[in-house]
Design a protein around this ligand. Structure first.
Ligand SMILES: C[S@@+](CC[C@H](N)C(=O)[O-])C[C@H]1O[C@@H](n2cnc3c(N)ncnc32)[C@H](O)[C@@H]1O
Length: 184
């Protein structure tokens, strides 16, 4: 079985991403995803968001160690996406929850997550995808995932596809939402 992360990457990159395109890391954390996204757009740019300075420091060090310079690290909520990004985006990743190894009280929150998803979809280029990793192993994560499902079910079906990928035999296992904006 493919890992959830590999599955997320396969869905993200199924539509070929232009090397000069813009991608969003909505939850930078320790920068593993930022580094990966930067590799997809070597002539483009990744905007990465986190509310914790520790995440920016960790990601900055990781990018430096790999000689990566095409990321802009933003110390702000992903809900503020539209203040920072004005151009079309060719994909984005959310990894919900908290920074591994840190204070678990600083975690993604339903209200700002929904705002960020909505903003991301408004910038998404037709034919491209946003992937959301949900962690339902704790109550807040379960609620956040359910609130997302309620919101995603309201997306106009002629404009978007919203897909859920999860194990049916493990209700605590992380799962994915894959969102695609249809080509006109
Ligand atoms: C599971 S971690 C992300 C892991 C990360 N993608 C990586 O590769 O290491 C979730 C991150 O979301 C961040 N976060 C929480 N609320 C946020 C918000 N409103 N906007 C942006 N990031 C947020 C947390 O600080 C935490 O670092």
């Amino acid at each position: 079985m493919l890992s959830l992360l590999d599955t997320a990457k396969q869905f993200l990159t199924a539509p070929p991403i232009p090397q000069g395109g813009v991608l969003i890391d909505f939850t930078m954390g320790n920068g593993y995803d930022t580094l990966y996204l930067c590799s997809l757009v070597p002539e483009g740019k990744v905007y990465a968001f986190d509310v914790q300075e520790a995440a920016l420091a960790s990601t900055r060090a990781r990018l430096l160690a790999h000689g990566i310079t095409n990321a802009e690290l933003i110390l702000d909520s992903h809900a503020a996406l539209l203040q920072y990004v004005k151009e079309p985006i060719y994909g984005g990743l959310f990894n919900l929850g908290w920074l591994p190894g840190s204070d678990r009280t600083v975690r993604t929150q339903t209200e700002s997550t929904l705002k960020a998803v909505s903003a991301g979809l408004s910038l998404l280029a037709p034919g491209y995808r946003i992937i959301i990793n949900v962690y339902p192993g704790h109550l807040e994560g379960t609620d956040e995932g359910n609130a997302l499902a309620d919101f995603l079910a309201t997306l106009p079906k002629k404009q978007f596809a919203a897909l859920k990928i999860r194990l049916l035999n493990d209700e605590k296992a992380p799962y994915l939402y894959v969102l695609e904006k249809y080509k006109k």
